[in-house]
Design a protein around this ligand. Sequence first.
Ligand code: IMP
Length: 186
Amino acid sequence: MVRTVAFYTSNPGKVEEVRTLLSPLGYRVVWRKGALLEPQVDTLEEVAVCKLADIPGKATFAMVEDSGIFIDSLGGFPGVYSAYVLRTVGLDGILRLVKGKPRDAEFRAVVAFRHEGKVKLFSGRVRGALSRSVRGTHGFGYDPIFLPHGSQRTTAEMEPEEKNAVSHRGKAVRQLAAWLRKQTPD
Ligand code: IMP
């Protein structure tokens, strides 16, 4: 039986990645486009819970996701403000900020999922480092400057399946899939 998951996000790149992960498991991911309330809070978990509370209660399976890049030498900046910082200073601005500093960083994602009134959170992270230049055309956001640990290629130079295999979002969504299998056995 195919089940429908309503994914509320304004980011089509996230939808594609989540679709690639959930479709083979029998879930049809439907994109519910549009901006949700984004509170100014300190953690991805708080943002995700707040976004989920903002969506209509009709869908049986509803999900939101909040994510960001956390740069060690900048005290975790831009973190929950990743989208805003990308829009304002851009990738080149970020590379300027870390010039001469250690480049270790990580992506983090939190998925908030609602199923029959139950709310569950799943999270994932991937460690890596910032590249020295903007490279690659796949993915979105910070992908052209993020080298997952052990890789010479940015996540924007990887095929979507390769990125999903190591990414923060891939990890969170695989946990979600495992939980879903327990809730809704065939
Ligand atoms: P939000 O979760 O929609 O608030 O935005 C998260 C921000 O982090 C956006 O600027 C994204 O571009 C960035 N981000 C989150 N996940 C990824 C990723 O997988 N690749 C590149 N950038 C990401």
